[in-house]
Design a protein around this ligand. Sequence first.
Ligand SMILES: [Zn+2]
Length: 477
Amino acid sequence: MLKVYNTLTRQKQEFKPLKAGEVSIYCCGVTPYNDPHIGNARPFVTWDVIRRYFAQHGLKVRYIQNFTDVDDKIIAAAGRENLTWKDISDRYIKSYFESMDALNVRHAELYPRVSETMADIIAMVQTLIDKGYAYALPNGDVFYSVEKFTGYGKLSGRKLEDMQAGARIDVDERKHHPMDFALWKSAKPGEPSWESPWGQGRPGWHIECSTMSLKYLGEKFDFHGGGSDLIFPHHENEIAQSQACLGDDAGFAQYWLHNGFITIHEEKMSKSKGNFFTVKEILAKYPGEVVRFFILQTHYRSPLDFSEERLAEAQTSLSRLQNTQGYIKELSAKADGGGEAAAPLAAKAKELWRLFDEAMEDDFNTALAISQMFALSKEINIYYQQVTSGEVAFDAGNFSQAAKAWADMAAIIGLFEQDEAGADDGLTDKLMQLIISIRQDARQAKNWAVADKIRDELKEAGVVLEDTPNGVRWKRA
Ligand SMILES: [Zn+2]
């Protein structure tokens, strides 16, 4: 029985899918204005494991994640570089995928963008006005009226009275309540804007996630996720918007899961302090699977402290599992030697798989689940030594059961999906471009010996060069 910690109820609850055999998930995506940093990666790695867990258990997973491609930070970046907001968001959406692919994060079913969901967003704002939950100002701004929604504060556990007392004095006089938030912002000169019933403008941040999740997952769906920094105000506001729009206090997401922060050397990540690492910077030094493994060695709700030392430790730990993976590959290629020598191993593997699953059922405790993988690794290593030393005959039947348990664990944690060189972080391609250009230089200088040597030795290494109208390309043979 799977239990998850629901931020909304502040307790671990049994998970019951709304629709038998299916699970629907919405996770807040990134604002693509820079390369994703290690903190951005945590929710996506977490949800990737959760999705793999459900898929492994035979559930059909529908997972939606947005891109906030219209935003102040994107507009500011576009201004600095003299580009359009779309140039910036396209560039960093590409960067997002490069980083997450390297971490074995599988793609969502759909990545809706604000700019492509504008009509639905406008319709939802209009519904909130029509139902009396929102008000438009003469200048075209539209605000959500938090006092109209009785459940406001239920996710974060805050009370509106306390929030009002804590609000700063320089509040916007035009708002009915200091905590009222923008659903639609009237256009400022030079900014991207869209036509709406309130004039040219663009949406506030919170409305997009309500619109997209309801649009693609329906009025009720199972999970909503994101970093714990999103609980207030973003997710609180999403609930207020969505449930008001639906007219249903039990509508919208049923389980709210939030991952903890990543700190750097026990301090909050901050660009100004210089303790800020993008995934790409880390990938320049470590394979993606090490970064993924590092993240998953801690339970998703616990804070996670990042340092190079800890990453190096994760690499050492992971290499132990990689060794076992190598042994399994080697043994699996062997012919059956008869006997039942691996029967105890198969029994142990079955038990460890059960413990692994139990750990996952306890609010996706990947830290504990990984420790069961280490226990199985130890057992497999012992068996490998016994077989290779000739102590026992290779028992293919029983061994394959242990290997299956191992593969199932690895498939959920998301390991051993990359070749030994790690994810293609772009370094291979850069080095190949360098080699190709050296060969071109050699050819131009009519140094055929060097040019041929490069081509032949690359071929030896399994790389083929092809002449195309766009220059020389390389590919793995
Ligand atoms: Zn969101």
